[in-house]
Design a protein around this ligand. Structure first.
Ligand code: PHE
Length: 361
């Protein structure tokens, strides 16, 4: 009996020591201490022993159980520690590894062009102004001399909010142009004013050259003695800097906008090189922006005296400017979020446009 127990102890200790996974250790535990286990079987024999026998055998059998239990616990802790160390070593992130060769993300052409425009106009003394994309009827239309019955309202394919979202009795719209920022600036700042306002605008329209959301940039100058010559110089200086060519030809055409009088549409000359339109020269003309002298009624609506303050305003599509300069031909691709398009047309995040470094980077 004694030798049996000693042999069993040696065997079990050997099995425990050589268990190299938590699973195989568990198998040893069950074989020894489980219901049908060898140590459990020994413990059961104590019930049928005489009191004398139990006095000598009991401590030996219990000693066996205790030593096996603690050997199992010790081995289990060792295996768990080894397992954790292995995971820590294999899942470690080496913070000293070099960064990827080039940053993966790119700057969207719309963001790039907005940065270029802000840079060009900052050099001419223009600050950047902003307004809300959810606009009220008064700022988007009425104050811009587009009353309720005006046909220009129909021209804009406006997205209207439901009547129960009206604010202060004003119907709310998704702004159809950046011109309401003219109003917000004139009603919140003292002239002289020189601002540009880039941002998103919305119209219910969709084809290869129209998307329901697109980007405009507005310009506004309010000062004393401002005339059409200032407007022409500003637009010419801007377009030459933007297209990075001295030979940009401008053509000003009489036009109509309710909020400017007179109103002027501006075309730039292009030439055809290898079948593609390139800005410069005058083989053909492309419309790039709307502009004019700010209408007296608009200046009045903002609480200013039009006999003292005059100015000009202009508005143009940022997406279209990007297409003309960088050669994309489908506007819809701008908003698809296709990574291949962004890799091709996007800009390096580290190339910030500057006048000295070239706004086109
Ligand atoms: N808001 C006009 C448009 O969306 C553009 C414009 C702005 C025209 C300022 C004149 C002056 O078409």
């Amino acid at each position: 009996m004694m030798t049996d127990i000693a042999t069993l102890q040696t065997d079990l200790m050997g099995a425990i020591n050589s268990a190299d996974t938590l699973d195989s250790l568990e198998a040893v535990r069950i074989a020894a201490l489980g219901k049908q286990g060898s140590v459990s079987a020994l413990l059961k024999t104590m019930g049928s022993m005489s009191p004398e026998e139990r006095q000598t055998q009991g401590p030996i059998i219990n000693g066996l159980r205790e030593s096996i239990t603690s050997a199992l616990a010790g081995k289990k802790a060792d295996l768990e520690t080894a397992d954790l160390n292995h995971r820590l070593a294999s899942e470690r992130v080496d913070m000293t590894l070099p960064a990827p060769e080039a940053p993966r993300g790119t700057i969207h052409p719309v963001s790039q062009v907005m940065d270029e425009l802000a840079e060009i106009f900052a050099d001419m003394g223009f600050a950047v102004a902003e307004g809300p994309e959810i606009e009220d009827d008064w700022h988007n239309f009425t104050a811009l001399n587009i009353p309720e019955t005006h046909p220009a309202r129909a021209m804009h394919d406006t997205f209207y909010f439901p009547d129960d979202m009206a604010r202060d009795g004003q119907k709310m719209v998704l702004r159809t142009h950046t011109s309401p920022v003219q109003i917000r600036t004139m009603t919140s700042q003292e002239p002289p004013i020189r601002i540009i306002a880039p941002g998103r605008v919305y119209r219910s329209d969709s084809d290869a050259t129209h998307t329901p959301m697109f980007h405009q940039i507005e310009g506004l100058v309010i000062d004393k003695g401002i005339h059409l010559g200032h407007l022409k110089w500003t637009l010419e200086t801007f377009l030459k800097a933007y297209f990075e060519r001295e030979d940009v030809a401008l053509r000003l055409r009489p036009s109509y906008f309710p909020f400017t009088e007179p109103s002027v549409e501006v075309d730039v000359g292009y030439s055809v090189v290898n079948g593609k339109r390139v800005i410069g020269g005058a083989e053909g003309w492309m419309e790039v922006l709307g502009s004019g002298m700010v209408h007296r009624k608009v200046i009045e609506a903002c609480g200013l005296d039009p006999d003292v303050w005059q100015g000009f305003a202009f508005g143009t599509g940022v997406d279209r400017l990007a297409m003309l300069k960088y050669g994309m031909d489908d506007l819809r691709a701008f908003f698809d979020g296709d990574n291949r398009w962004l890799q091709h047309y996007g800009f390096n995040a580290l190339d910030v446009p500057t006048l000295s470094g070239g706004v086109g980077a």
